[in-house]
Unconditional design. Structure first.
Length: 274
C-alpha cells in the first residue's frame, strides 16, 4: 500500500495543477485573453504564484474589463464624503480627498493625480494622497466655475465642477455645488454619462436642489455624495434618503460595495456602501 506523498511532491503537483489552470486550459468564454499571469476574463485573473500578483490585481482586472468592452469602461470607487477614485486603464485619479470628517477613518490612497473642487479641509486634504509615478493620462479634464453657496460665493467662495472623460465616457464631479446651474453652466458641463452630486444640504444643494441639478444635466447615472450616514459624515447635513425618495424605486440601486464599473449601459441612481 502506497504511503502519502511527501510534502515537497504535493507542492509540486499543486503547482502543476495551477499552471495547467492558468496557462494550458482555455478561457471560459470568448473575449477572455491570455496574459503573462494567466487567463483574464474581466472578473478574475488566475495566476501562477507571481509575488506581485496581489499588488497588481486591481490594475490588471480593470485593464481586462476595458479590453473586453472595447475601452468603454471606467471604474468609480466612493471613498466616503465627496471623495472618489476614478480608474481607467490602470490610471488613477482622486477627487476631493478629505480629513477631519466625523466618523471616517484617516484617508490614505494612491493615485497618479488629485483634483480638489475648493480649498476646504474636507475636500482639499492632498497630503492623504500618495502620488504614483507620472504616466500619460487617458482622461481629458474640463472645468466649469460655480459657487459654494447661492449668493454668488459671498458665503463660501467658488466651487470648481470638473468633467473627466475617458474611453468615450464622461463623469462630472460637482464638488460642493451650492446653487442651481445657469443655462450657460449646464451647457458648459455638457452631456455626461454620470454625475457625482452633493445631496446633504447646509453647505451644498439639498435633496430637492440636487434632483433639479440632475434633471438639468440628464445623466444616465447619478451617484449621491456629501451626506450623513451614521456614524459617518458631517452631522449637520441630511442623510441620502430624502434624495432617493425623489426617484422611482426601480431606479435606485444600493450597491454591496464601494465600487462599480461605469459602462454605456450603466443607468440609475447608484448608492455605494462604505
Amino acid at each position: 500500500m502506497r504511503g502519502k506523498p511527501k510534502k515537497g511532491k504535493r507542492a509540486k503537483r499543486r503547482q502543476r495543477r495551477i499552471k495547467r489552470a492558468c496557462f494550458e486550459e482555455g478561457p471560459r468564454f470568448s473575449g477572455a485573453k491570455h496574459t503573462e499571469t494567466g487567463w483574464a476574463d474581466g472578473v478574475f485573473l488566475h495566476h501562477a504564484g507571481r509575488k506581485d500578483f496581489f499588488d497588481t490585481l486591481r490594475q490588471r482586472e480593470t485593464a481586462a474589463f476595458s479590453d473586453i468592452l472595447g475601452g468603454i469602461v471606467m471604474k468609480l470607487t466612493w471613498l466616503g464624503h465627496a471623495c472618489f477614485l476614478l480608474e481607467e486603464d490602470g490610471y488613477c485619479i482622486v477627487l476631493d480627498p478629505y480629513t477631519g470628517v466625523a466618523g471616517y477613518p484617516p484617508l490614505h490612497v494612491q493615485a497618479h493625480a488629485v483634483f480638489c473642487s475648493h480649498g476646504h479641509f474636507d475636500h482639499h486634504a492632498t497630503d492623504c494622497v500618495e502620488l504614483l509615478p507620472e504616466r500619460e493620462s487617458p482622461f481629458a479634464v474640463r472645468e466649469v466655475e460655480t459657487f459654494h453657496d447661492d449668493r454668488g460665493g459671498a458665503l463660501r467662495g467658488t466651487n470648481t465642477v470638473r468633467i473627466f472623460t475617458a474611453g468615450g465616457l464622461s463623469v462630472a464631479h460637482l464638488g460642493d455645488l451650492g446653487h442651481q446651474l445657469t443655462a450657460e453652466q449646464a451647457a458648459a458641463i455638457g452631456p455626461v454619462d454620470a454625475v457625482l452630486v452633493p445631496v446633504g444640504g447646509v453647505y451644498t444643494v439639498d435633496a430637492a436642489g440636487a434632483k433639479a441639478v440632475c434633471d438639468a444635466l440628464h445623466p444616465r447615472c447619478v451617484v449621491p455624495m456629501h451626506y450623513h450616514h451614521a456614524p459617518y459624515g458631517l452631522t449637520e447635513v441630511d442623510s441620502v434618503e430624502p434624495f432617493l425618495e425623489l426617484w422611482p424605486a426601480e431606479a435606485v440601486h444600493h450597491l454591496q460595495g464601494a465600487a462599480f464599473e461605469l459602462t454605456e449601459q450603466t443607468a440609475g441612481v447608484m448608492v455605494p456602501s462604505f
